[in-house]
Design a protein around this ligand. Structure first.
Ligand code: ZN
Length: 381
């Protein structure tokens, strides 16, 4: 596998702190170029590529093409020596997340028996997939152990040809004779072609943010370095605002929230009960007109949507004809005489909305709010 080929001088393997150097550029067609040595990490192994500049040209992308690391430039360069400069913040981001992932996967396997089946290092979202279900308590224990390794500031070593090495992504076979192995003390040792930080302390902080069930396994979301700090600050701000709004401490927040939810449920029930009591009165006060010498009763009131059809039924009972009820933009028709579905269609052709039903009962929504007079006018025409 080309990724493990030592023929190319990949400075990001052996000198990850070298982000500026003079390199020999060999131009290719289409504004592309190769360099010697290679400073830029390509889009490879689930780690986004480095960006930066080569001489006056901006590096827009870096890819592995036929075993060569090819830089895509915004303007063509002629062959020669140029200063190469890697975007430091972007590299710090990808390298610290990638190195954090080594530590997470190493400890997850050694201490918790969790095998890594997939990895994604994004600029906003990084994930590690494990082969089985994981409890949140395990994630917290894993996070503490990962942070111990960060705080111990362990060197991240590059060695070649190490025997008995773990291949992190089992889908990728190692075919080359020379294997590049990344070793982080006793915590992880795996074949890898990515860019890393020099020592684990450079990561600063690792936060394991959440887990999600994934078929038989678990997807872990994590952040490192500045992104982890941003994430923690955001959560701290949310908690602070919640404490202020609820006038309680952080440990009391969940109980306060559950109490508010229970109160909300009780109130919703109580409101529905009161409306149900009021329905007969609303039915009795419906405006009644004769349409085609049949009685039609209409009521428009702020009835909850789920009670509109019931109100229409009560009006139909009172008028011994047709009941039309509107609550907000919800409309229901109950009829013992006229075709309810046809009536609904007539009202909706004037007021908009969707719905349908049978000759006995129809309901739906209106495109806008209407008054009793409007409905009576529509029916008259
Ligand atoms: Zn790696």
């Amino acid at each position: 596998m080309d990724c493990y080929n030592r023929a190319m001088k990949r400075l990001y393997w052996t000198q990850p702190d070298t982000l500026e150097a003079e390199v020999v550029v060999t131009a290719m067609e289409g504004g592309r170029a190769v360099t010697d040595p290679v400073l830029f990490h390509p889009d490879e192994g689930g780690q986004p590529p480095d960006l930066g500049t080569l001489g006056e040209a901006n590096v827009l992308g870096v890819e592995v093409v036929d075993g060569q690391i090819v830089h895509r430039l915004d303007r063509p360069l002629s062959d020669g020596r140029y200063g190469a400069r890697v975007d430091r913040l972007r590299r710090e981001h990808t390298a610290s997340h990638h190195t954090a992932q080594h530590i997470i996967s190493g400890i997850a396997l050694e201490r918790f028996g969790l095998r890594t089946t997939g990895v994604h290092i994004g600029l906003e979202r990084c994930t590690v997939d494990f082969d089985r279900k994981v409890e949140w308590e395990t994630v917290m224990a894993l996070e503490r152990e990962v942070m111990e390794v960060v705080m111990l500031d362990v060197p991240v070593e590059t060695v070649f040809d190490e025997a008995d090495v773990r291949v992190r992504d089992e889908l990728k076979p190692i075919e080359a004779d020379v294997i590049r192995v990344v070793k982080i003390g006793a915590w992880d040792q795996s074949a890898c072609c990515g860019a890393h930080v020099r020592t684990t302390g450079r990561i600063g902080v690792v936060r394991l943010c959440d887990i999600e069930s994934k078929k038989e396994g678990t997807r872990l979301f994590f952040l490192a370095g500045r992104k982890a700090l941003e994430y923690s600050q955001q959560e701290t701000n949310v908690l602070r605002e919640l404490r202020k709004a609820a006038s309680c401490s952080t440990p009391e927040l969940l109980a306060t929230f559950e109490k508010a939810q229970a109160q909300d449920r009780d109130l919703t029930k109580e409101v529905a009960r009161l409306w149900t009591q009021m329905l007969p009165g609303l039915a009795a006060s419906a405006q009644v007109r004769e349409v085609q010498s049949l009685k039609v009763g209409v009521q428009v009131a702020e009835v909850p949507p789920q009670l509109v059809a019931k109100l229409a039924g009560l009006i139909a009972e009172v008028t011994e004809g047709v009941g039309i009820a509107v609550g907000g933009t919800r409309v229901a028709i109950s009829s013992r005489t006229l075709d309810a579905a046809a009536l609904l269609k007539t009202i909706q052709s004037a007021a908009g909305g969707k719905g349908g039903g049978s000759p006995g009962a129809a309901n739906g929504n209106l495109g806008r709010a209407v008054t009793v007079e409007e409905i009576l006018t529509i029916l008259k025409s």
